[in-house]
Design a protein around this ligand. Structure first.
Ligand SMILES: [Zn+2]
Length: 643
């Protein structure tokens, strides 16, 4: 998953025998479409005809036998790393059998569990429910805003109950979907038949159903991408209007190369076809969620057209694509659960998300989604950001993964001290460290690519899951290059430290410096997040209305008594108004280099107003990378196209 722009935390079949050199500790059985023994499928008929009013109507027929029966609403949603199933938005829940209503009772401790008594003679339980689609302002990944009057992304987990007691890969579901008249759709789910607005899908396991969302809309376009391979790739786009469906030629060419570069990196694939389900709308939440054969990708309506904003979304597709190999095919054993109620344990997210973040950035560079300069500018921001997150002195990186279910929803204030979902970007620095170490010690004959090929490649085929442990990662790395990888990772992941793991940046031939102007990429992230990022100078981030979003402990603003949620009323005596008060603030910071007067902020704190004098004299500072003379430019070697 991937969400929010910088600061960069931002945001699921059939058997494959794994011939990878890294023998997995266990190989999960295939993701079967039909349950063993030919048990009857649950039918799910979803009516999305009312989506413009933000309501979905679902009817299920679940095979049952007389006696007590327990049903679950999916709680732990794969890829969201938390118990995020939107059970609050279920309404109109009714059970019946043979036309007779049956009472249900929610478990009074487990809010996602429903119990009922199936009457004598009944062979099926009928369930009807509505799902109340959230408004545009709602946050929370796939439970967030997902529909407008023009488009919708349908997440099946939101509109179903399933019977307790059987692993979800063994429960067959046969789903149908009715869409508003004239809407088209894209999904990895195999279609059985289509008549009018109703589409009947083939029976698949519940695991595959939930792993296969549907994107649909009035303005829709399917764009084939990549070279002719034994599995086709598509971007399935739904937008608020026709104009947004036009992919600029350079971006289209980069999508083609993204497929080629991923195949060159992984050497095999674990899908029959791959579809990027790309929603372009300001009325939906913006994030990405990975699946085996598709990804749910949501960006602003003009996210492809606006040349300045486009780079801020450039790694979304590459990140989610990498997840098909790392996160879906290979997955930490603690995250592989029999159903959606068993808690997932997420301490290895520094591999699941961290390696994906690194490879997503690398593939963005190799495919041209990012220019070399944009790749470097992003890395400069990550180094700066990691240095600011002084919470590493109390909280090991691993704990940000373990507590991911808390941190995704944590507030922005005191983020540098609390830490956030740092297992994305800080881990990407650790994988750069490892990559450059292998390249340096092997004299350029080996690289992290060799580990990725062996660990995530395997043999091509339909979706399957191969779990791994910390030891499997260490052994896989050791096969590429003998080294104390256990010690390497434990030091960086499990211990506290005042220093971020930036050795790989220097080893790649580059170092962090500060420039007087932000890079275009930083400016674009600031515009997208509606903020001024003065982390490198004053040590604070300010929202466009003057509200302090965060201060970094120990830095100039912090020392002056500035805190989160205070609001800037004036800078050096001049009121925070006009077209661009943020420019006034930037100019005032720049002037500290020559002015003998300290920077003065008048701040509102609740009902009180105070003046803070900021003892800072170093002028404007924005992160950038510069070459270390006399060293090899390994970063450029890493970002070089391989296809
Ligand atoms: Zn991710």
């Amino acid at each position: 998953m991937r969400f929010r722009g910088f600061p960069l935390i931002l945001a699921f079949a059939l058997a494959v025998s794994v011939a990878a050199p890294s023998e997995p500790s266990t190989v999960a059985p295939p993701l079967a479409a039909e349950a063993p023994g030919g048990s009857r499928a649950v039918t799910l008929d979803l009516d999305a005809g009312d989506v413009a009013r933000k309501i979905l109507h679902a009817k299920l027929v679940i095979p049952a036998r007389p006696g007590p029966m327990t049903l679950y609403y999916p709680k732990w949603i794969p890829g969201e790393h938390g118990p995020t199933g939107p059970v609050t938005d279920v309404a109109g829940l009714k059970f019946s059998a043979g036309g007779k209503s049956i009472a249900w009772k929610r478990d009074d401790a487990e809010m996602f569990t429903f119990n009922c008594q199936v009457p004598a003679g009944a062979t099926a339980l009928e369930v009807s429910l509505d799902f109340l689609l959230p408004p545009a302002s709602a946050e929370g990944f796939s439970s967030a805003a997902s529909s407008t009057s023009e488009l919708a992304t349908i997440s099946w987990n939101q509109v179903l109950l399933y019977p307790a007691g059987t692993p979800v890969r063994d429960i067959p579901f046969k789903a149908s979907l009715t869409l508003p008249a004239g809407w088209k759709f894209g999904t990895a789910l195999p279609v059985d038949s289509s008549t009018g607005g109703r589409t009947q899908f083939k029976a698949v396991s519940l695991e595959m159903l939930i792993d296969s969302p549907v994107i649909a809309g009035a303005h829709f376009k399917e764009v084939p991408i990549g070279p002719k391979l034994d599995a086709p790739h598509f971007v399935e786009m739904a937008a608020e209007g026709e104009e947004a469906l036009e992919i600029p030629p350079a971006t289209r060419a980069a999508y083609d190369r993204l497929v080629s570069e991923a195949w060159a990196l992984f050497g095999a694939h674990h899908y029959r076809s791959y579809r990027f389900l790309l929603a372009l709308s300001d009325g939906v939440a913006h994030f990405g969620l990975e699946h085996h054969e598709s990804s749910d990708d949501r960006i602003p309506e003009r996210g492809l057209l606006d040349a300045e904003e486009r780079p801020t979304h450039a790694t979304l597709l590459s990140h989610e694509f990498v997840h098909s190999w790392n996160g879906k095919y290979r997955r930490p054993a603690d995250i592989v659960t029999p159903d959606y109620q068993v808690p997932m344990r997420t301490s290895l997210l520094w591999v699941y998300e961290g390696l994906t973040e690194y490879l997503g950035q690398v593939l963005a560079g190799r495919s041209g989604l990012w220019s070399a300069e944009e790749s470097r500018d992003s890395l400069a921001m990550i180094v700066q950001w990691a240095g600011d997150h002084v919470g590493r002195t109390w909280r090991p990186l691993e704990d940000t993964g373990t507590s991911a279910q808390l941190l995704y929803n944590a507030r922005r204030d005191w983020e540098a001290w609390r830490r956030s979902t740092d297992f994305y970007d800080e881990s990407s620095l650790i994988w750069l460290d490892a990559d450059t170490l292998i390249r340096e010690k092997s004299g350029g004959t080996k690289s992290l690519d060799d580990f990725v090929l062996a660990f995530c490649g395997g043999k091509s085929g339909p979706p399957t899951v191969v779990p791994y442990s910390f030891d499997d990662v260490v052994q896989g790395m050791s096969r590429v290059m003998p080294y104390d990888w256990a010690g390497f990772f434990r030091e960086r992941v499990e211990s506290t430290s005042s220093k971020p793991p930036t050795a790989g940046v220097e080893r790649s031939g580059w170092r962090l410096i500060y420039a007087e102007t932000p890079t275009p990429l930083q400016k674009a992230y600031e515009a997208r997040n509606k903020e001024v990022d003065l982390s490198a100078s004053l040590g604070m981030v300010v929202g466009e209305d003057g509200t302090i979003k965060d201060v970094i402990p120990g830095r100039a603003a912090y020392r002056a008594g500035v805190g989160p949620d205070m609001k800037i009323l004036a800078v050096n005596g001049r009121r925070w108004t006009g077209d661009s008060p943020d420019d006034m603030l930037r100019a005032a910071v720049a002037a500290t280099k020559t002015s003998i007067k300290p920077l003065e902020l008048i701040l509102e704190n609740g009902e009180y107003v105070r003046t803070c004098t900021v003892d800072y004299h170093s002028g404007a500072k924005y992160p950038r990378l510069e070459r270390i003379p006399g060293t090899e430019d390994l970063l450029s070697v890493i970002l070089k196209s391989r296809s």
